[in-house]
Ligand binder design. Sequence first.
Ligand code: PHE
Length: 426
Amino acid sequence: MAAVGSAVGPGNMWRFSYRTAEGGGAAFVLLYLGMTLLIGVPMMMAEFGMGRRTRLSSVGALRTLGGPAWVALGYLFVLTSLVIVAYLSVITGWTVRYAFDGVLTGYSATPGARYAEVSVGSTAMLYHIVIMGVTTGIVILGVKKGIARASLLLMPILFLILIALALWAATLEGAGPGYAFYLTPSVAALMDPLVIQGAASQAFFSLSVGMGIMLTYGSYLSGSENLGREALIVSMADFSVAFIAGLVVFPVIFALGLSGDMTESTMGTLFISLPGAFREMGLMGRVVGVSFFLALAVASITSTVSLLEVVAAVGIDEFKLTRRAAALIAGVLAAGIGVFAALSGDVLGVLDKIAGEFFVVVGVLGTSLFFGWRVAEPIKHLAEGASPSIARALPALVFVIRYLIPPILAFMVWVAFQDMVATLAG
Ligand code: PHE
């Protein structure tokens, strides 16, 4: 359940919508599902298994199982988490602001213009700093359990609202091209390395794998847990939320004629289309919109907390800092980095490119090499508690992690690297 809390967040809504819009729609979605099943599920199982065996968080587990050289991978996890939490906090700030919009003024008739106001500037920065403060406070007080429980309560609400919105969107006139874009893949896009790499990064980002987070959660699992089943449930829950969000966003964009606003900033796809929909629904839309954005904000905070925890844990375990000091340092660093993202959408995009696209695939590559080749008897990490059918699949699974995932990921790293360099140069 905690893993679902970390996995479901802005990645499923904001990032999925915007990456799908950029990646050309249906082909991206199909590849994202494929990457989730082929790579995401095995890697989540591997992380769960290593955490459960060592009962340690990422850096400690890497050192114990692999030796001191592998600690470097742990520091990559820390860096990735630090950068991601910095801009995810900015996005969470937008979410809260859109909840206030519903209460105070109702949703704007010009959602594109409203998004431009909400997403950058001093107010965006202020909200970001408040969200980072809340995140840091939660990590310091160690009240993560309470937050996780709140998020689990709200998750079904989020899910039900999404389903209701998807049904409503289906009744809109002119939604057809939205479905076509979202659900009919073009063969050319399916073969495009950039689209494939984007889909892989999105899958890992959304599942929170490749950052040692699921490893840490694995350390709380007992031996009787069936890891394959757990990983499948988490991944499918995560995929469903994203997929249904798309069934709202894309029909709405086409039916309400918002695609012009979107070309200004694909990053705003979710935050332009949904308020547009809430506006259409009148007073009801304000109620639904406020509930939706509040639930999403809480889901987002469970994600920011899990990320900041990775950074703080290293301060505590490796540098012998107190929890308070470690969390404060991590929080201030992330707040500082995030300020730049709050003041410029371009910076936010670049940070997402570096951490959310590039570091994430490097992290998964590192994790697969570590688990497949460095850990002694990888099957032993997964076998405990496995149901008979999953136990039978384990040799194949380890084969996939050893021989299939690393070459695919090495290629993804290369593609992501070139794309990142091109973006930075441009
Ligand atoms: N998986 C989260 C989401 O979908 C974001 C996240 C990424 C959380 C990485 C933790 C680690 O929003």
